[in-house]
Design a protein around this ligand. Structure first.
Ligand SMILES: *Cc1c(COP(=O)(O)O)cnc(C)c1O
Length: 251
């Protein structure tokens, strides 16, 4: 038998370290991968007890677990952009903030919200070097189209994701600057950018100047940072083996 034993005192201590690092900046607790293996709801409960009440997920099922198990009002942000209609319908049913990462995503979400006679809340995802997620700088006109023509979407935030904050400070800085430049261009067109965010765990600990309006934290809660030693974060789990003694057969 194998079990993952969680040291919840260490987990709470890590949460406090993240909170002191974030200061007044709101924290989106990322619960992807079944709450980094701890379980979405158990991890969310501990986070909420410690005062963190915004959650980010990458699967609809994770949002559903939260909504059906005691998290009816907390903001939930879906980090995976999609134009899949059934998925978007579910996100709206669950009152989850969607991510719009392409013009197709925006058209789909806007259409569904319009049909329902509602306005869907979304964050825009901008690609600043990851190469896969979000609007690229070349598609900038399409970002403006979302603001100008998608009347059933309310953009309440904008984010980007750093691909190598844990190891490459120069690349991260370049992404940060690209992000700020894009935000400046959106503002220059007279649009509100809402809550802007880019930091994952590594970026928050390496360069708190990048905090902006919010941070998105997952692995730091579990002490899973390659440079953990310098942060005071602790590992929170260990695998324990229970040896089963089998009766010896005698014949
Ligand atoms: C996983 C993820 C995070 C959190 O990253 P950590 O390094 O675990 O803190 C933040 N933002 C996005 C988009 C993610 O996918």
């Amino acid at each position: 038998m194998k079990a993952y034993v969680v040291d919840t005192a260490a987990l709470r201590e890590n949460i406090h370290i993240v909170q002191s690092r974030a200061g007044q900046t709101p924290i989106w607790a990322v619960l992807k991968g079944n709450g980094y293996g701890l379980g979405v709801v158990p991890l969310a409960r501990i986070l909420r007890e410690e005062g963190i009440d915004r959650f980010a997920v990458t699967e609809v099922s994770e949002a559903e677990q939260l909504r059906t198990q005691g998290f009816s009002d907390e903001p939930i942000l879906m980090l995976r952009a999609t134009s899949d209609r059934p998925t978007l319908e579910q996100l709206l049913d669950l009152k989850v903030i969607a991510t719009v990462g392409s013009y197709e995503d925006a058209v789909a979400l806007n259409g569904i919200a319009e049909q329902r006679g509602t306005v869907a809340e979304a964050h825009l995802e901008l690609d600043t070097g990851m190469g896969r997620y979000g609007f690229s700088a070349q598609e900038f006109d399409k970002v403006l189209d979302v603001y100008n023509y998608m009347g059933s979407i309310a953009i309440t935030g904008i984010y980007t994701h750093f691909h190598s904050a844990f190891c490459d400070q120069a690349a991260t800085q370049a992404q940060f600057e690209a992000f700020r430049a894009l935000l400046g261009r959106i503002q220059a067109q007279g649009h509100e950018t809402g809550m802007v965010h880019c930091c994952n765990s590594s970026a928050l600990f390496k360069d708190p100047q990048m905090k902006l309006d919010a941070v998105r934290i997952g692995s730091a809660f579990l002490g899973r940072l390659s440079f953990r030693a310098k942060t005071g974060l602790q590992r929170i789990g260990s695998v324990s083996y229970t040896l089963l003694t089998l009766p010896t057969t005698s014949r």
